[in-house]
Ligand binder design. Structure first.
Ligand code: C2E
Ligand code: CA
Ligand code: CA
Ligand code: CA
Length: 275
């Protein structure tokens, strides 16, 4: 048993070293990522259930690391938040997303994700106003996605921020809905335009009766409260049909397309792939 234990340890040790090495590299290199223009946005299309038409794209951040290759947001955003580098990075995301959307038809909107750190920054409304002014994008074409963790602060501050953002003419979506705490209370307290149902529920609606029930309730509630609803992470036709039956408004997921580079999106649009 002892020998076994040792060989197990030997087996895992190099992997652990690798994990630590990568984490250390991310923490030290992230400071330069913005200056060295290593950040990129990819875009995932979102379609209307009713018409099947392209309605918007969600912008998702990627980091092209000089030695590690593409680093996904789950690995570097926590570090960026700890160091507050997410503030300048997030500002770049908003500016870049607005500029990009200017290349698309006027009825196609753009959604960007906001970190809770950004949402708590009093400078946020000015950052957004400036990005809109500089790009010339109509405010109605910009959507901001926040998660429930952004709302874990003084309720009056949250309401004030939401009011200020919506006064600019942009819309605000509550992302990853259903995964946090006190979700239903938030819907009543805070004026969101949209809720996005988390992928973890969507991926289980075919196999789990409880997920199915939760998704159905969220969609009915959203409709009753006058909010637009999006289901994310749709991967199968079966999931799509169930969500359609429940009256979901917008559909996003690998079934339609993965997030892609601007160049790929432009080519697909020119080819009429999204018509
Ligand atoms: P999110 O906002 O919930 O974004 C959806 C994630 O699900 C994306 O992962 C997307 O690529 C993935 N996805 C979409 N459809 C499917 C599907 O059908 N199946 C599966 N398995 N996955 C699907 P991604 O790009 O790795 O982003 C992860 C998270 O990182 C995002 O979750 C968001 O919370 C955060 N993030 C991404 N970009 C930004 C950003 O610019 N700023 C901030 N603050 N956070 C960002
Ligand atoms: Ca999102
Ligand atoms: Ca989400
Ligand atoms: Ca998520």
């Amino acid at each position: 048993a002892k020998a076994e234990g040792r060989s197990t340890w030997r087996f895992f040790a190099p992997e652990m070293e690798e994990v630590v090495r990568v984490r250390t590299a991310i923490a030290s290199d992230i400071r330069n990522a913005l200056d060295r223009q290593e950040l990129e946005l990819v875009y995932q299309p979102i379609f209307s259930f009713a018409t099947g038409r392209l309605r918007q794209f969600e912008a998702l951040m990627r980091w092209r690391h000089p030695t590690l290759g593409y680093v996904t947001p789950d690995r570097f955003i926590p570090v960026a938040e700890e160091t507050r580098l997410i503030l300048p990075m997030g500002e770049w995301v908003i500016g870049e997303a607005c500029r990009t959307a200017m290349n698309w038809p006027e009825d196609v909107r753009i959604a960007v994700n906001l970190s809770p750190v950004q949402f708590r920054s009093l400078a946020l409304p000015r950052v957004i106003e400036e990005a809109l002014a500089r790009s010339g994008l109509a405010p109605q074409r910009l959507e901001l996605e926040v998660t429930e963790s952004a709302l874990l602060q003084d309720g009056d501050d949250v309401r004030a921020m939401l009011r200020e953002l919506r006064a600019l003419g942009v819309t605000v979506a509550l992302d990853d809905f259903g995964t946090g705490y006190a979700s239903l209370g938030y819907l009543q307290q805070f004026p969101f335009d949209k809720i996005k149902i988390d992928r973890s529920f969507v991926s289980q609606i075919v196999t789990r009766a409880d997920s199915l029930a939760i998704v159905e309730s969220i969609l009915h509630l959203g409709a009753k409260l006058g909010m637009v609803t999006t289901a994310e992470g749709i991967e199968t036709q079966e999931q799509l049909e169930i969500l359609r039956g429940f009256g979901c408004d917008l559909a996003q997921g690998y079934l339609f397309d993965r997030p892609q580079s601007f160049a790929t999106i432009q080519r697909k649009m020119a080819e009429g792939v999204y018509d």
